[in-house]
Design a protein around this ligand. Sequence first.
Ligand SMILES: Cc1ncc(C[n+]2csc(CCOP(=O)(O)OP(=O)(O)O)c2C)c(N)n1
Ligand SMILES: [Mg+2]
Length: 615
Amino acid sequence: MRESGFPLRDSGDSRIAARSAAAQGAPLIIVCLSICMLQCADTEGDDLGSMQRETTSMTIDVATGIVRILKQEGVGWVSTFPVCRVNNALGREGVPMLMMRDDRYAVAVADAFSRINAGTRIGVCTFQGGVNAAGMQYAYAGMAQAFEDGSPVLCITDGVPAGASGNSQYDVASAMKTVSKWFGYLDKPERTPELMRRAFTMLRSGRPGPVILAIPNATATYDETADPYHPVKGWKSAPDPADVKIAVTQLLGARNPLIYAGEGVIYAGASDELKALAELVNAPVITTLKAKGAFPEDHPLFVGVRGDQVAHYLNQSDVILAVGSSLSPGRFSHGIPDAAKKTIIHCNIDELHINKMYPTAYAVIGDARLTLQALRQEVSDRMSGATGGAGRAAGNVAAEVKSARDQALARYRQVMNSGETPINPYRVYGDLMQVLDLKNSFVTHESGNTRDQLSTVFDTLIPRGFLGWGNVSTLGFSLAAAIAAKKAFPQRASVAVTGEAGLGYMLGNLEVLLREKLGVTVVHISNGGFAGYGPGFWGAGHDPFTHRVLGPDEVDMSKVIGALGFHTERVSEPAEIIPALRRALEINNSGRPAYLEFICCQYPVYGQWVGRGEG
Ligand SMILES: Cc1ncc(C[n+]2csc(CCOP(=O)(O)OP(=O)(O)O)c2C)c(N)n1
Ligand SMILES: [Mg+2]
């Protein structure tokens, strides 16, 4: 009898012992002391003649091996939804599991943890796969989102055992390959360290993306000492100095340069370098939704993420220095209007995004931090003669940015102080900014109005003080993000702002917050319908037939969620917003989650993400 798929390598006795131990769910570690008689190769045939050498091997099962490697890699917890065959080893080896209430959230929490830590700590999840890949089929949505947004999350699942392929219509490997940077299939137990090494190399180097490892036989064994595991550090590349020189010539020759910063700046830990370069060349900065917070939003050179002022700067720029962005205009990111008439300098970690949607005039390939450092050094060197290293001609850039922002944001700032009822959603956002310590808190949006509204007005002062997400924006992710933020920074307030639809996706997972004592606040902009995008679904909006759900007049969600055990409040008076937020955040400090329902009006979102062709 053999374990399906894998030949076992140890002696017959230990094999039987191993199998019965595994059957009982015990950790499977067998120490084999082999006395090896080694012929001495000494041609002189001296006294030694032959010698005895003692070698030690440690036989271990694949699941335990994986878990020990995760520990070596600094993984402190794993999110999951049952069942995956690695889970019991996690339990036995004492690695805490954050058990979500569905597989998509198991992925999403780990994904968000990687994002919030900018890949410096890797989120890991497990979910059911193999022949009965029910978990994986449900987790696919989470995987797709992690892949779309380029998040370095590690997903461990069951692989289809040898001899069982073709049993189901759904093909694990081909499905997973469509949503991963790298997919590994552990087809021999002794390959465990090799594939884990490869997984962490993919997670810690190059363009970030999800990595999936499928384990067809978690109880098969191998010798842990044969190929000892060492943690993977990850590697970065610096740009070609010749490309840096050309980029700087273009940048310094620009009439209206614009820095377009993407999430690569956050992953590279390059916010300080971005600020230093922007100041040195005196250039305005916009960030993508996913990079919100990469540049301090109270800085005089910060234009915005979204809004008319951003459109204005995108339109008027002649040279765009894009750093750490794919420059892939989607529904929730800007295109570059009249790109053919502009000079695009595209700094990216690899060539995937170069010459993608727009002609890339000049590419600078490398890690964003090393690239920004090199650009700054080159600018300083050139300037040292002319202006003593002080940067580009000062001009009135900061004053112009301020005036463009003031003009574009005026109508939002006005409603941020509105006393109207139902409450204006911008009033909630304005009050939230007053209550939170913006240097020590975390806020995230949902798909729908809350994304476009918050990304226009919410001031983010530190990287990951706000998580913008969703090249393709999957409802329900905000709760996963807020949970991950609490795990990453337990001392920070963590707030998810959602509408009805996002809340619907979350409901089953709210229990996790109570069980795990995660002091997160869910802010519900309760507007009685699915508003969606732009002018909203309602009225003359773009999807008028699919917006109405039972709203605050019919259902009291604060009672529903309060019955679960959350601290809840239902707020309909603007003056009550700040006190309610304060109470919720205070209660969060004791590990109790909170839900605040703000009875809001159906308020339109102004402005659009800038399209490719706008002039
Ligand atoms: C999984 C998923 N399905 C569909 C959509 C499309 N979608 C985007 S926003 C939205 C409605 C949002 O309504 P609500 O949560 O009430 O937020 P509001 O815009 O009203 O603030 C829908 C259906 C999506 N983003 N994700
Ligand atoms: Mg709504």
